[in-house]
Design a binder for this molecule. Sequence first.
Ligand SMILES: *[C@@H]1O[C@H](CO)[C@@H](O)[C@H](O)[C@H]1NC(C)=O
Ligand SMILES: *[C@@H]1O[C@H](CO)[C@@H](O)[C@H](O)[C@H]1NC(C)=O
Ligand SMILES: *[C@@H]1O[C@H](CO)[C@@H](O)[C@H](O)[C@H]1NC(C)=O
Length: 351
Amino acid sequence: MAMDAVWSFSATITTSWRNYMWIPILIALLEFVGSAEAHYGILLPSQRSSSACPAPDPDFYYRPVIGIVSHPGDGASGSLTNVTNASYIAASYVKFVESAGARVIPLIYTEPSERLLKKLDLVNGVLFTGGWANSGLYFETIQTIFKKVLEKNDGGHHFPLYATCLGFELITMIVSEDNNILEEVSATNQASTLQFAENATIDGTVFERFPAHLLKKLATDCLVMQNHHLGISPRRFLDNKKLSSFFEVLTTSKDEDKKDYVSTVRSWNYPVTGFQWHPEKNAFEWASPRIPHTEDAIQVTQYVANFLVSEARKSINRPPAQEVRDNLIYNYSPTYSGKAGRGFDQVYTFT
Ligand SMILES: *[C@@H]1O[C@H](CO)[C@@H](O)[C@H](O)[C@H]1NC(C)=O
Ligand SMILES: *[C@@H]1O[C@H](CO)[C@@H](O)[C@H](O)[C@H]1NC(C)=O
Ligand SMILES: *[C@@H]1O[C@H](CO)[C@@H](O)[C@H](O)[C@H]1NC(C)=O
């Protein structure tokens, strides 16, 4: 900025003064800019020492990595690839994780399970995305990883899981051991509120960090994005002993027919959170005009991401740095898939 100002100033003088009288003025200006930079660039000896900074709490891990399970297809209705074993991760989930200070390793569901389990040892938490696939190899992979997540936690390794939309539906099926537990709801492409369950826990849940005013707005403003035609009513959820002993229902939402469905759950005993809604979309997806992008809505994305990564920092896993880098999602490039104004804005595809 300062240099731009100097150049435009000198240009003005050049045209009005035909001689070189502007040169000393320019030099004086440059010296002034230079001295200002020097002034701000030089630190006092007391400010230079990094030993003044307290060491970060060694109980936490500050290089957390989240594994995201890929979903069948190319995420772009076949416009990118029709290869039958193709799978994808919408880039919004990756950005969501990155925005809170973690990196991503893709857990490509078609990979041999030994390789998937090895990759699971390189991460500090897992995210299950939205989608439609609820059977076959994809469902089996989700089942295997879910069991591993519980095993790690049972073994004293704090290892969080976020299950979004389809991911939430699948863990509902797995925990209830009933693949027909879900019901039809009308909540495709719809923003909604979150109604907190009576006596719902806030401390220690995803809502813990929300400021009071934003928590209140969740119940009155449509700050979360829904996009699903399946769901489960609070009655059915609570009546199922396996579900109600594993999960606490934190919120419900209403579909287009004013029917209540469970919208946020957390496990009583594991760092597992289920969202029927899409926390990642508010900040990172633009195709649907229904996605809320208000400042409040963006903060919802941010607070939810921060909770996942704060839980991952509690993980005791300290994987070898090179192995992590070899498997990071940076080994792949996202494709702009939203140019037609439909679907995901960017996707990572694996073929
Ligand atoms: C995949 O198949 C569809 C339907 O046949 C076609 O429109 C599309 O162009 C194909 N995609 C690619 C990447 O070839
Ligand atoms: C909520 O807490 C109150 C006071 O402890 C209790 O009377 C009520 O039954 C609780 N409601 C539910 C749904 O657990
Ligand atoms: C898909 O199948 C091809 C051919 O068998 C294989 O080379 C490739 O590794 C597979 N890709 C994925 C992501 O599983």
